[in-house]
Design a protein around this ligand. Structure first.
Ligand SMILES: [Mn+2]
Length: 344
């Protein structure tokens, strides 16, 4: 710390000196001095290895320090155009330290969390909601989106290499998976997603790796292990509750009661929480491999877990929409990521 302060102080002093002299200089000289000051500043502040609170290029380069930002703004006006960007990208050509050093230094190990790809059939594309990624990053994990494939070798490899598995929302689960014909009210399905996720879920569960299923994810877990679904809640399930809300999706729209003696109760330490809700399907018969953790007032099971596993959870609501405003959502992501940390 003392060293950093010293180099900042030196840069400040030099800036002051050069400011004083600068009135008598020609443009060329001024330019050279500006660049020197700039490099001095950049070096001094790059050396400060603080967590970055803001993500502007400026903050990334200089680190966040409100006290010096006024001076930096002045400095910037003298800089040749593009200089900041050049400096930023040049610096980013090299890592400042090895991953192991960084992890060791900060006592952080970031587990790799595999996200199931969202699929846009019309555009023949994959896509991703940023909330899944950012929620996992904020919770201390490193998310990656998987390819859409049911190739068994690739799925085995992914199950081995990744530390945790997030089964995302999306298409309806094909009723064929639980032995029913699709009703007209059943939404569109993705055979390849169903097949890929079924194989990956089974493999990851065998390996006792942490699994979090969200919305479609809880439904997938239930059906793969022998449960069934309501293909369409409005048609098949009598309820006063709003299970498919309108935006904003981070707003809670109904309560769920949490069962005692479940991991969810242990985590949140409360009996009732308010959740968002954006689903038209839901659990009908619960798999006998799963136990309920939370239930809505209309009797719909909204959270489940698999006993005797490190972490196999499914939840029917959407923490990826609410993690910014809702502490419970953050705690769920954090528990999942914590459980995904490989013991070394
Ligand atoms: Mn709901």
């Amino acid at each position: 710390m003392a060293k950093k302060k010293k180099s900042q102080q030196a840069a400040d002093d030099q800036l002051f000196q050069m400011n004083r002299q600068s009135s008598n200089l020609n443009q060329n000289q001024q330019q050279i001095i500006n660049e020197n000051i700039y490099k001095k500043y950049a070096t001094a502040y790059i050396e400060t290895d603080k967590p970055r609170k803001k993500d502007s290029v400026l903050d990334i380069i200089f680190g966040v320090n409100d006290k010096v930002s006024d001076k930096i703004d002045d400095t910037l006006n003298w800089l040749p155009s593009g200089e900041l960007e050049r400096y930023y990208y040049n610096r980013k050509l090299n890592f400042s330290s090895s991953y192991e050093e960084t992890a060791e230094k900060s006592h952080i190990y970031r587990p790799i969390i595999a996200l199931m790809p969202l699929v846009d059939d019309e555009r023949a594309s994959y896509w991703m909601l940023p909330g899944y990624m950012q929620g996992i990053i904020n919770a201390g994990g490193t998310p990656i989106m998987l390819p859409l494939t049911d190739d068994e070798h690739i799925i085995r490899q992914l199950a081995d290499k990744c530390d945790g598995f997030l089964f995302t929302g999306g298409h309806d689960i094909s009723p064929w998976l639980y032995g029913e014909n699709p009703m007209p009210e059943c939404g569109s399905c993705s055979q390849i997603r169903d097949n890929m996720e079924r194989l990956l879920l089974i493999r990851a569960t065998e390996l006792n790796k942490p699994i979090l299923g969200i919305c479609r994810g809880i439904q997938l877990i239930n059906t793969v292990y022998g449960g069934t679904l309501y293909q369409d809640l409005p048609k098949q399930f009598n309820s006063e509750l709003e299970h498919k809300q309108k935006p904003p999706y981070d707003k809670p729209v109904h309560d769920v009661s949490i069962y005692y003696n479940t991991p969810l109760y242990d985590l949140l330490n409360t009996k009732i929480i308010s959740v968002n809700s954006y689903h038209h399907q839901g659990i009908k018969n619960l798999s006998d491999k799963l136990l309920p953790m939370a239930i809505a007032d209309d009797g719909l099971v909204e959270a489940v877990y698999m006993p005797n596993k490190r972490f196999v959870w499914g939840i029917q609501w959407h923490p990826e929409f609410s993690y910014k405003s809702d502490e419970n959502s953050r705690l769920i992501f954090e528990k999942f990521v914590e459980k995904s940390k490989v013991k070394r």
